[in-house]
Ligand binder design. Structure first.
Ligand code: ATP
Length: 315
């Protein structure tokens, strides 16, 4: 049993936490089991992420602000950040004083596009878990991991950051060696593409999929820093399904390829497309071109790998 960091009579200071968004450098999808698809993915955390402020002694309000403050983000207990904190309360209750977590106000500075396949909601959950664990004086990693997985498959990776293989539903992680900085341009879409629809279409298109796998060549290319080999072997198995809903995804990928993008990749289930550029200058050129391409809402430049969820300000 751990002693609470703060005496019960004082309200702890707010804590501010950052968590990265992500791209799937490779996404292998297998058969569905119990409603979840078997995945074999290479995640990379991006320096384009969310900042959450957890304010103790509040009224359980959720305030969403920032570039992607969006009507689609729930303000109730279904918000992934709130769900994460509530799961941590349940996991610790009876053993620890968790009262400080019950009335938290949560302010989300949303810089990751909503429902774009970049894991913004999962980043919020990861940040909330790190902040909440801090407010109760630290929590065993295994408990935090369990709560993360209960919220969503990507949350465990966003706690950790870097570049990693995710298996199972994406929560069984092992680190991946990479070289240098990856310069990405993320082309967001003018219209949404719900994740469940894309997986359902994947099932229609692939009634008997091969087991999900990450090709060895992808891992070797990442370790050796060989972007051309990476481009040859990395893929996202959901691309065909996503394109069947939004043919402009294929056109946007082609536009990026024509402009010399090493690797155009659907991010998660889309509709955001990530383009790996050769360097920072090339990323700038690509972003300008993509910004002017039909169907692209914004072309956001970012880099990876980025650190996992971490505290930026707190007692
Ligand atoms: P992923 O790539 O992990 O599948 P995504 O990036 O496509 O996810 P999110 O932005 O995480 O999608 O949001 C998907 C849905 O989750 C939203 O449409 C919204 O209804 C719900 N949601 C719950 N909490 C949040 C949150 N904190 N931020 C964004 N969406 C949230």
């Amino acid at each position: 049993m751990t002693t609470p960091l703060h005496p019960r009579t004082t309200i702890p200071a707010p804590v501010r936490v950052q968590a990265p968004g992500k791209i799937n450098i490779h996404l292998g999808v297998g058969a569905a089991n119990d409603g979840y698809h078997e995945l074999a993915t290479v995640f990379q955390a991006l320096n384009l992420g969310e900042t959450l402020t957890l304010i103790p002694g509040g009224t359980r309000s959720i305030i969403v602000q920032g570039r992607y403050a969006d009507a689609a983000v729930p303000h109730d207990e279904t918000n992934f950040a709130r769900r994460a904190v509530d799961l941590l309360i349940t996991a610790l209750e009876g053993e620890r004083d968790v009262d400080v977590l019950r009335d938290l106000d949560i302010v989300i500075d949303k810089q990751v596009p909503v429902a774009g396949g970049m894991g913004g909601g999962s980043a919020d959950a990861a940040a909330a878990l790190v902040g909440a664990a801090h407010l109760v004086g630290g929590v065993d990693d295994a408990i935090v991991h369990e709560c993360a997985v209960a919220v969503g498959a990507d949350v465990a990776f966003l706690l950790r950051g870097g570049t990693a293989i995710g298996q199972g539903r994406g929560e069984l992680l092992s680190p991946v060696l990479t070289r240098g900085t990856f310069h990405w341009v993320m082309a967001t879409s003018t219209s949404p593409l719900p994740t469940p629809d894309v997986y359902a279409r994947f099932d229609e298109l692939n009634p008997d999929p091969a087991p999900a796998a990450v090709p060895d060549q992808v891992l070797k290319a990442l370790a050796a820093g060989e972007p051309d080999t990476l481009a040859e072997f990395a893929a996202n198995d959901l691309t065909e399904a996503a394109v069947s809903f939004m043919p402009e995804i294929a056109e946007i990928m082609e536009a990026g390829r024509d402009a010399g993008a090493v690797l155009p990749l659907l991010s998660g289930s889309g509709p955001t497309i990530g383009f790996l550029a050769r360097d920072a200058h090339h990323a700038l050129d690509l972003a300008v071109l993509l910004q002017a391409t039909r169907g692209v809402n914004e072309a956001l430049r970012t880099t990876g790998p980025a650190p996992g969820a971490h505290i930026v300000d707190g007692d």
